[in-house]
Design a binder for this molecule. Structure first.
Ligand code: 8ID
Ligand code: ZN
Ligand code: ZN
Length: 356
């Protein structure tokens, strides 16, 4: 336990109006409420959700002005009087679920992401693109002291989300999972979690650079959606999904485009599951009723993870099973990261260092 000097002002990236851009400026440091902690965020991953939030392209309002970010790893520097299980100096992670009521029927059954009163970091409350951020103590991720805060940051959304998605898919060791959007932030994590869970991975994304990265991370095959199209695409995914050619047992949809959401039921294996995770703006999901019935398909959504999923996702990381390439830049460069993200040029994840 130590004492920390907390400034009254700090650097932050602020969205002033929907559509952006972010402006890098000094804003006041918040004080934690009785059940909250103040985390000195050292590093924050940049999730595509942060870009959606800045653009305001989802049917859910953000606060404004808004500090985005929800993959923040740092040090607890202050806490409210009700917080007894975290000490100053502990390492902690601020994730998408900043807080929830802990009393509704969803919270009671460990489905806290579904809580009607959930607080969302970098969306309905200020997030981690600032040097000091507040979160409910019950929800911050507990990060061991020997864990590298820079490398662990992307686990706090991307890692938890894909780990949960793989569990929700019901896929078992030895089976095949197709990961759509495999070269992006969630996708890169998904390949590594899937491998650690004993699955065979068919990675789907566009371009050679992403293909190489997916293979390096452990995918057994890569299907490039920019060169493999129409019936060929369906055939290629199935051919890559095991010797019987019947398709992958599960599909994780992580792409930020509608088309792959329409395609997945064409190649998933009978009895297989299609798990929707990516959130392309305004997209609709459609599937032939006939195939869905006679091939007994499951189509479902998966949304971040609960506190137990968080702990488990971190445990995989702490055992050395998850190594995803990240590129770190100063927080002042966030707008450039968004530009690369919009152009689909990011392989893996960008992390921002809040000190520059
Ligand atoms: O809890 C959740 N459900 C959750 C949690 C976190 C993030 C959902 N998300 C959502 C984000 O809001 C975003 O909509 O997941 C989506 C992916 O986030 P990300 O991984 O942070 O985005 P990225 O790094 O930009 O990766 C997207 C990848 O999709 C590929 C791109 O090339 C990129 O590598 N992609 C696209 I766009 N179209 C594709 C297609 N047709 C495609 N890959 C395959 N086929
Ligand atoms: Zn996210
Ligand atoms: Zn609740």
């Amino acid at each position: 336990m130590g004492e920390f000097e907390i400034p009254t002002e700090q650097w932050a990236q602020v969205v002033e109006k929907s559509g952006g851009p972010v402006s890098y400026k000094k804003i006041p440091v918040q004080k934690p409420g009785p059940d909250e902690v103040l985390v000195n965020v050292k590093y924050s991953g940049v999730c595509h959700t942060d870009l959606h939030a800045m653009m305001g392209d989802w049917p859910l309002e953000t606060k404004l002005p808004l500090v985005g970010g929800h993959e923040g790893a740092g040090v607890v520097v202050a806490k409210g009087e009700l917080v007894t299980d975290l000490e100053l100096g502990d390492h902690a992670g601020i994730k998408w679920l900043n807080g929830s009521c802990l009393a509704c029927s969803f919270c009671m059954q460990a489905d806290e992401p579904l809580c009607p009163k959930a607080l969302l970091s970098g969306y309905t409350v200020d997030g981690t693109f600032q040097q000091y951020a507040v979160a409910k103590a019950a929800h911050v991720a507990r990060i061991p002291k020997d864990c590298d805060l820079e490398a662990v940051a992307p686990v706090l959304c991307a890692g938890i989300t894909v780990y949960k998605g793989l569990k929700e898919s019901g896929v078992r060791p030895g089976q095949y999972v197709a990961i759509v959007g495999a070269g992006g932030g969630l996708g890169s994590m998904a390949i590594q979690y899937a491998r650690a869970m004993g699955l065979n991975v068919v990675a789907i994304d566009g371009g050679e650079e992403k293909g190489k990265s997916c293979k390096d991370l452990g995918a057994s095959a890569y299907v490039d959606y920019t060169t493999s199209v129409g019936d060929d695409f369906v055939r290629d995914v199935r051919a890559a999904s095991g010797p019987d050619g019947l398709g992958p047992h599960a599909v994780l949809l992580l792409a930020v485009a509608e088309k792959p959401f329409q395609q997945a039921t064409q190649y998933v294996r009978s009895r297989g599951s299609v798990v929707c995770i990516g959130l392309p703006a305004g997209a609709k999901l459609s599937a032939p009723v006939f195939d869905t019935v006679v091939r007994m398909l499951t189509i479902k959504g998966s949304y971040v993870g609960n506190r137990q999923d968080t702990q488990e996702a971190l445990d995989f990381y702490n055992r050395g099973l998850i190594r995803v390439p990240c590129k770190t830049v100063g927080m002042s460069e966030l707008q450039n990261v968004y530009q690369l993200m919009r152009e689909g040029k990011i392989v893996g994840r960008y992390v921002v260092d809040t000190s520059k």
